[in-house]
Design a protein around this ligand. Sequence first.
Ligand SMILES: Nc1ncnc2c1ncn2[C@@H]1O[C@H](CSCC[C@H]([NH3+])C(=O)O)[C@@H](O)[C@H]1O
Length: 341
Amino acid sequence: MTVDLQATRDVIEMITGGWRAQALYTAVKLGLPDHIKAGRTTRGELAKSTGANEEGIHRLMRLLVAMGVFEGNESTGYRNTDVSAALLDGPQSLRGMCLLYGEEFYSAWGHAHNAISTVSSGFEAAYGRPFYEYLGEDAATARRFQHTLNAASMFFHQVPEIFDFSGKMVVDVGGGGGQLLATILGATPDARGTLFDREHMLPQAGEHLAAAVGLDRVELVGGDMFTDVPQGGDVYILCRVLAGWDDDAVVKVFEKCRRAMVDSSSRLLLLDRFVDDEAPTVLPALWDLHLLMTTGGGHRTVDRITTLLNRAGLEIERRAELPMETVALIAAPRPGLRQKS
Ligand SMILES: Nc1ncnc2c1ncn2[C@@H]1O[C@H](CSCC[C@H]([NH3+])C(=O)O)[C@@H](O)[C@H]1O
């Protein structure tokens, strides 16, 4: 048998992917990008300021320079690149994402074989409880999760461009940290909004909304979307909320939203990623499996979500493309269906 060198190399790249992620995670955990920015650029200085062993720092930096995360060497000093700059501590940083992926999500992926074989959450296998429950008990991880969502929120500013929110009462169901609602209200001065999420998310969301747009036009409501959602909205938003739940649960949330709508002119706005079975691309397929690892859920195809909307008495009226492979589906209550029942 002839050895295909390129294939061997490709396989090795793939099977060492987890090591690269862990090396990057360690650098971020030690705060190396921030130390370098502050002028501590040799392994001695980095070891002293992080409390890590000098030899360990040296060996880690050698790999990360080779990976293009940092530049330089021991004699010139190490420098940040655009990659490590994206990991500096700060509001738009990928630092929280790197830490969450390197710790809890890495452990969850450690159960990949079982999770995929049984289509069940790797996180639950690792931590003995569902991901969102864990977040409710661990404020630091909940903050990191929020930072992770923020880091992937570049499409928010385009949402007011694809939907006219003027004069509307907007209910963001599972609104998380409030960034999307703040963006919508910021772009639409005569819109009002309700952020609805689990109780533990509200303080952070309130802080963000207060700083971004003030709380005059905002209401914060804690609860469980499977029990009830706030009544009387013109627009119900479900942004990156559905992936963790099975079909029946999703239909239930759709129905709750439809029944809470003010009248037949109300709309449901779904903002999410969808997988494509015919022409798959790596990132959505990867996030789909990642969702299986974390919540036990996954991304759906547009066909599948259409069926679930129909089951809940809603019909897709329009579709719009957003950056980061995100899609907006605008759904209307089916004509003739009574709103409140
Ligand atoms: N049962 C529930 N009721 C209300 N919110 C929930 C429930 N389960 C999960 N969530 C929230 O759903 C959100 C999913 S993460 C998405 C957050 C936000 N829409 C964004 O795109 O940035 C988290 O903020 C969860 O706390």
